[in-house]
Write a new protein. Structure first.
Length: 476
């Protein structure tokens, strides 16, 4: 039974503090996720001496474990006890401790003296642990937005805050960590930067403390207003629920759109390094190009909720992605040779995709509402974890596509540690991949949102009205 009042914000108004609290949650996630996802491999190979082919075998498996643990945690959280501060906040409060401990244990350099089998098993076990504990914190955190408020405009602000928090976290970790993770040694009489296992250990410890503080702010500032006591309700059959989810047009469309976005990000991210290094031959602009994704989100964040409220989420994001696709297509035909001109085009082309990235989590809360309207059952954690499961499967599957794309270009690897000059055809194909892939994928996502995804501005208002009426009657 839903014990919430007809107007859940009448005596408990939604404030900017909740937006701040929700943004801090993704900053907290970023300290661990960015460190582990972006640097665990180079730490494993360069600091503790695990061969690349071994990491290629070991590292994908924990990601798949994490995908399944997402679904398990979602179900556990949905069916768990309803506490005084809600259903999801207690999960974050409890499970952040083993999560942060597992992160620190992943980066203990003293294991470099162990046997290769012991080192590999140690990395494998604690990476699995980290993925499981990350599910135990991240799934409740993501689900929190759907129970914080029934007002769609306020959920949009939470999604926007999460996107902004992710961008800020990306900037903090992505551009500060490279300055701290290396040490200088003298090799052949010349100073050389190398990975420092000792530095990584202290980085992990400091990041754990900062992440704990960020999570604490989320726990203290965020609220769960939509509370459904399920103790008197019959248990929902999980397989029937999954079938209902993936026969939902809204759920299927947004999952497919997210998978394509992941594929686009993986492919363009992997190829862009070669674009600046080999095509432009200018590594300096690569750093600026990497800033663009976060910078566009920060620029858009103050305006995104108003834009989507005025035109509708589906409509605004669809048109914005069409504009991004068109700009990338223009960049392809211009065949730009000046890296700074390319970066300027990149900024404007990523504004459209940036709007969708900011609002994508709000799309999920809309899908949760739509599921409740259709089935009279509210399963916030399960819906969110099913979406997260699909994303992680996509990430695991996409991991090899960067290499396949690079092979398609005809790229020649270094020989005896010396770089090889690439042919004009290879350089041209690198430029083509960097512009055509996002042009095509953004076009497909835009078409999905505009013609497949059914939750228009009008439909969202109808769903909100329907659920408000049910809450007034004390039913789901």
């Amino acid at each position: 039974m839903d014990h919430s009042a007809p107007d859940l914000e009448a005596n408990n108004p939604f404030t900017w503090k909740e937006q701040l609290g929700y943004a801090m949650g993704d900053i907290g996630n970023g300290f661990g996720f960015q460190l582990v996802s972006n640097y665990l491999m180079i730490y494993a190979t360069n600091a503790i001496g695990i061969a690349p082919w071994i990491t290629a075998i070991l590292l994908p498996v924990p990601k798949l474990v994490g995908a399944f643990s997402d679904v398990f945690v979602g179900r556990m959280a949905d069916n768990g006890a309803l506490h005084a501060d809600g259903r999801f906040i207690p999960w974050m409060r409890k499970w952040r401790y083993p999560l942060l401990l597992a992160m620190v244990l992943l980066f203990l350099p003293f294991i470099s003296s162990w046997s290769i089998i012991a080192r590999s098993l140690y990395l494998f076990v604690f990476y699995i642990a980290w993925n499981i504990f990350y599910s135990a914190v991240n799934i409740p955190y993501g689900s929190l937005a759907s129970v914080a408020t029934p007002v769609v405009a306020h959920r949009d602000k939470l999604s926007n805050a999460r996107g902004l928090g992710s961008s800020i976290g990306g900037l903090l970790v992505g551009y500060i960590l490279p300055l701290l993770a290396y040490t200088t040694i003298i090799r052949d009489g010349k100073p050389v930067k190398v990975v420092s296992g000792q530095h990584f250990m202290w980085i992990a410890i400091v990041f754990a403390v900062l992440a704990w503080a960020a999570y604490e702010i989320t726990i203290r500032l965020c609220k769960e207003r939509i509370r459904v006591d399920k103790s008197e309700q019959p248990k929902v059959d999980f397989l029937k629920l999954l079938k209902s989810l993936f026969t939902s047009r809204a759920m299927t469309a947004i999952v497919v759109a997210a998978l394509i976005l992941i594929l686009s990000s993986v492919l363009t991210g992997s190829i862009n390094t070669y674009l600046y290094t080999d095509y432009f031959r200018d590594n300096v602009t690569l750093a600026y190009a990497q800033v663009m994704g976060s910078l566009t989100s920060i620029v858009l964040a103050p305006f995104a909720p108003a834009i989507t409220r005025r035109f509708g989420k589906r409509e605004a994001c669809g048109v914005a992605l069409l504009s991004s696709s068109a700009l990338y297509l223009i960049m392809y035909f211009l065949h730009i040779t000046n890296p700074w001109v390319f970066v300027v085009f990149l900024f404007f082309s990523q504004l459209g995709s940036g709007l969708f990235n900011l609002m994508v989590w709000s799309f999920i809360t809309d899908v949760i509402d739509d599921q409740q309207v259709r089935t009279h059952t509210r399963e916030d954690g399960t819906v969110y974890s099913a979406y997260s499961f699909a994303r992680k499967i996509g990430q695991a599957a996409a991991a090899s596509l960067g290499g396949l794309t690079l092979a398609w270009t005809g790229y020649q690897a270094a020989q005896n540690g010396v770089g090889v000059a690439q042919t004009a055809g290879t350089l041209s194909r690198i430029y083509t991949a960097s512009t055509v892939i996002p042009a095509i994928t953004y076009l497909i996502i835009a078409l999905i949102l505009l013609f497949w995804y059914p939750l228009s501005k009008k439909q969202l208002l109808a769903n909100q009205t329907e659920l408000a009426g049910r809450r007034a009657q004390g039913i789901e």
